[in-house]
Design a protein around this ligand. Structure first.
Ligand code: NAD
Length: 255
């Protein structure tokens, strides 16, 4: 049984993580916090105030913290987890350089696993995109992501990961063009990036590769957020007890 703590517990993802944990036979939630505490329990877990995180961590000694909050909060939690030698799994996106550096620094002292997307389907999409990009070296590439209307960061963390995958294979694509307006002819060194926000869409990503007389479209659609929660819990179980270092979700999938 892996003892977990959950941060951002009252958020869209935090609630999913607590619901998934209740059904997961290998995990046990030691405590959960949110910036603003909630009165009722969520999936049977009392959600405490985030200001008590340090003392809760010291008292309950979970093996891993699962975090879906915001970039600054995630960086701070990673630092505290490193001080206590507690593993840290985060799905939070939108890190700036300083917050990302704090996350990386934490991995010197504890096991840190960050994934912009905990869906196995998106992991498969990443592999397919790399293959297709290599197989169509002259294609124009456009990436479109769609998310719910409360998403803060744009483009999504998953979109940025896909862009890095594409740029890794196609070194000639040096320009990310975010949307187009007015006189905007396409150049051969650009990747078009489009972020749509509407309703309660859990997450869609499409990579379009356009050549002469043919186009290839690779699309992933998240049906609901439970897939991300399941992946994050798999990652937490996998990470428990590992030595300090930086890990990624492909390592979890490979087992
Ligand atoms: P949300 O706004 O619904 O939830 C965030 C929660 O964190 C809120 O309840 C907020 O009060 C709480 N919070 C903020 N700062 C906190 C702090 N310091 N301590 C404790 N709680 C704090 O957002 P969401 O839709 O759940 O997404 C959260 C993050 O996860 C975003 O960065 C999002 O992009 C990312 N995300 C990642 C994946 C993935 O698979 N990796 C999937 C979905 C969302």
């Amino acid at each position: 049984m892996v003892r977990l703590a959950v941060t951002g517990a009252a958020g869209r993802m935090g609630r999913e993580v607590l619901a998934a944990a209740a059904d997961h036979e290998d995990v046990d939630v030691a405590f959960a916090v949110n910036r603003s505490p909630v009165e009722d329990t969520i999936s049977g877990v009392a959600v405490k105030s985030a200001t008590d995180f340090d003392s809760l961590l010291a008292d309950h000694k979970p093996a891993v913290v699962v975090d879906f909050t915001g970039p600054e909060s995630a960086a701070n939690y990673a630092t505290v987890c490193a001080q206590h030698g507690v593993g840290f799994v985060t799905g939070t996106t939108g890190f700036d350089e300083a917050d990302f550096a704090a996350l990386e620094a934490a991995s010197d002292s504890t096991a840190v696993l960050k994934a912009s997307n905990f869906s196995r389907g998106v992991a498969a999409l990443r592999l397919a995109v790399r293959e297709a990009t290599a197989a169509l070296p002259a294609a124009d590439i456009e990436l479109t992501e769609t998310h719910h209307n409360a998403k803060r960061d744009a483009p999504s963390g998953t979109a940025k990961t896909l862009l890095e995958d594409i740029e890794d294979v196609r070194e000639d694509l040096t320009e990310r063009v975010h949307g187009r307006e007015g006189e905007a002819p396409r150049s051969t060194d650009e990747i078009g990036v489009h972020a749509r926000r509407a309703g309660d869409v859990a997450g869609e990503h499409e990579v379009l590769l356009g050549g002469s007389n043919e186009t290839l479209s690779l699309t992933h659609r998240a049906g609901d957020r439970s897939i991300f929660a399941d992946g994050a819990l798999d990652a937490a179980v996998w990470l428990a007890g590992r030595e300090a270092g930086w890990y990624d979700f492909f390592e979890v999938i490979e087992g």
